[in-house]
Design a protein around this ligand. Structure first.
Ligand SMILES: Cc1cc2nc3c(=O)[nH]c(=O)nc-3n(C[C@H](O)[C@H](O)[C@H](O)COP(=O)(O)OP(=O)(O)OC[C@H]3O[C@@H](n4cnc5c(N)ncnc54)[C@H](O)[C@@H]3O)c2cc1C
Length: 385
């Protein structure tokens, strides 16, 4: 008999499973409806032997030493400072927009004057959200803000979210701030890179434990019944253990209050028989093209032993819940969050159900924060050791 059933084997499900199995001696069953584990971090070799991230490029980055050392038990790392450039006309400029970008865009004297002003106003090393920069009445800062808004944010946001930066949550535009520093890295975290043998291998190792059973190709909704009286049945019998659900809440309750809106992505992979396609891991297309960015995997994984290179272009679109579509990004706003809360309220009747993960919590999480939340929940459920 199992103590805990976990639905979903992404970062949330995998970390929670390992913690509960190892540290609290719980018998854990992980149900995953895809034919593989790993959730959206799943990676594999394509038909050319090139290591790809099937559900979009993932770079692990963190300042959380506990999370880093926990993952490091299951993998070595290919560490590299992740850098992103934006293609703006003929120029490739560092993203986030920083003081180096400033010097590429404006001539020397003007750039130096602007740099001084930015440092005086916001402090060296600070991270200023674009919407905040735009509020500054100083004409020179206005000019920078306008450049960044037009060339980095506006069209990219329209492509990614189908809305202008004003229409989306400030939390989202705040994720890529303007950096008052000469640091060209995309993230400023102490640790950044990818697992040396891939995310899937790392997560497989986490799930290899005598107290964990994994069943792939099984939809949790087919074996678990959520009865109206608050009981959860597993294969037709009441299940008194704990259930961690990492899928979408609207789906679990058959969309009874309506569908939660998401943005989805169409990933189009291309193989090129050349050694290097773009010289960077990620190039964002912030003013042109219908795709948002191109990722060249060799630059992410450090892979050298292959002929040619594989890239992926990302085309965002509105998720409609159709067969094969994947909900990637929750569209967080007042209306959608309220709809999400209606589902959560309804689910409170299941006292042994825990909602965990980017889908179940209708939020964006980076891998490290997701792992942290899973560790905390496992400690809570695991109780005394
Ligand atoms: C395009 C993209 C790029 C990203 N890049 C980064 C990055 O570079 N760095 C970073 O830190 N974070 C990144 N993230 C965020 C990262 O993907 C998430 O933090 C992480 O995937 C969250 O894990 P999860 O377990 O909540 O969700 P998921 O990885 O989505 O896992 C959920 C799992 O549950 C399964 N499932 C759902 N419903 C059921 C059901 N009914 N029955 C059985 N199984 C079910 C799904 O099949 C899936 O495998 C990125 C996200 C996206 C969308």
């Amino acid at each position: 008999m199992k103590d805990v059933i976990i639905i979903g084997s992404g970062v949330a499900g995998t970390v929670a499973a390992r913690k509960l199995a190892e540290e609290s001696q719980k018998k854990v069953l992980v149900l995953e409806r895809r034919p593989h584990i790993g959730g959206n971090c799943f990676d594999k070799k394509d038909e050319h032997g090139i290591w790809i991230h099937v559900y979009g490029p993932h770079i692990f980055h963190t300042n959380d030493e506990e999370v880093f050392s926990y993952f490091s038990r299951f993998t070595d790392w290919y560490e590299f400072p992740h850098k992103v450039v934006a293609q703006v006309g003929e120029q490739q400029i560092p993203i986030p927009f920083n003081l180096n970008t400033l010097h590429m865009v404006y001539e020397k004297t003007k750039a130096e004057e602007m740099e001084k002003k930015l440092i005086e106003t916001y402090g060296e090393g600070s991270r200023v959200p674009i919407m905040k920069l735009r509020e500054n009445p100083d004409p020179q800062i206005q000019e920078i803000a306008e450049y960044v808004y037009q060339n980095v944010f506006l069209r990219y946001t329209m492509k990614q979210w189908g809305q202008t930066p004003e229409q989306i949550s400030p939390e989202v535009t705040g994720r890529v701030p303007v950096l008052i520093s000469h640091d060209n890295r995309y993230f400023q975290d102490a640790h950044q890179g990818v697992p040396k043998e891939g995310f899937t291998r790392m997560m497989e190792k986490m799930l290899q434990h005598e107290n964990i059973e994994v069943r792939t190709g099984v939809d949790g909704r087919e074996v678990l019944t959520f009865a109206e009286d608050g009981t959860i049945l597993f294969e037709g019998k009441p299940f008194a253990g704990e259930v961690i659900y990492t899928g979408a809440v609207d789906e679990l309750l058959d969309w009874k209050y309506g569908q939660l809106p998401y943005r989805s992505l169409d990933f189009r992979f291309e193989y090129h028989k050349i050694d290097d396609y773009q010289g960077h891991a990620v190039v964002n297309y912030t003013v042109s093209e219908d795709f948002t960015r191109i990722t060249e995997f060799k630059h992410l994984t450090g892979q050298k032993d292959v002929i040619g290179t594989t890239i992926v272009k990302e085309y965002p679109f509105a998720y409609e819940g159709k067969e094969g579509q994947i909900p990637y990004y929750a569209i967080m706003n007042e209306k959608n969050n309220a709809l999400y809360e209606t589902y959560v309220e309804d689910m409170k009747k299941y006292s042994n159900l825990h909602l965990l993960g980017r889908l179940a919590e209708y939020k964006y999480y980076n891998i490290d924060l997701m792992a942290r939340k899973a560790m905390d929940l496992a400690a809570k459920i695991g109780g005394e050791r």
